[in-house]
Ligand binder design. Structure first.
Ligand code: GAR
Length: 200
């Protein structure tokens, strides 16, 4: 184990189910003992995000930075960086954080910023991925964990999981099937990242 504490900061905008899967896995697998890593904080850009209470119930500090209080994307991202950097994070995890990030933000966290996207990238970057997969007649759908770069949903891939599209699927039933995989894939990908970071 590396001696330096590795703080993970998770950014959310909504339900926080991926955040919860990561926190629960970190606790169950003792990432602190194994990698010197812990989820130090959860930050939401939406005050009403249900994931905030969920984070607190899991014993993780939860904070809000409401993007509506800022005049520009740049000003919000600068304030968000300040809030995140209080924790000196080894890794910043986007878990349903529904904001387009500025180049300055992405550059600041280069190499330590990851995202999960609900499609088999490079297919269907952007929004409404499940309906678009159904409309395209795909027989498989899934999710991708990737490093974040300046181009939306295009960074180097870290892990992917596929599920079948079943007859009669709606965007909702497909999303639920994909989310079950997200909750396994994202903690696993972060664990792999921590394992390789332990040698750095
Ligand atoms: C997840 O399905 C995640 O893949 C998606 O938002 C959902 C958040 O759910 N992210 C994106 O669409 C990013 N482009 P959660 O708040 O329950 O984790």
């Amino acid at each position: 184990m590396s001696s330096k504490q590795k703080n993970i900061v998770i950014l959310i905008s909504g339900a926080g189910s991926n955040m919860a899967a990561i926190v629960r896995t970190a606790q169950a697998q003792d990432w602190q003992g194994a990698f010197g890593a812990r989820v130090a904080a959860v930050i939401s850009n939406r005050p009403a995000a249900a994931g905030l209470q969920l984070a607190q119930s899991l014993g993780v500090a939860a904070g809000v930075l409401d993007h509506q209080g800022f005049d520009s994307r740049e000003a919000f991202d600068a304030a968000l960086m300040q809030q995140i950097d209080r924790y000196q994070p080894a890794l910043v995890v986007l878990a349903g954080f529904m904001r387009i990030l500025t180049p300055a933000f992405v550059q600041h966290y280069a190499g330590r910023l990851v995202n999960i996207h609900p499609s088999l990238l490079p297919a269907f970057p952007g929004l409404n991925t499940h309906q678009r997969a159904l409309d395209a007649g795909c027989t498989e759908a899934g999710c991708t964990v990737h490093q974040v770069t300046a181009e939306l949903d295009h960074g180097p891939m870290l892990a992917q999981a596929a599920v079948p599209v079943l007859p009669g699927d709606s965007a909702g039933t497909l999303a639920a099937r994909v989310q079950m995989q997200e909750h396994l894939l994202y903690p696993q990908a972060i664990r792999d990242w921590l394992r390789s970071a332990a040698c750095r």
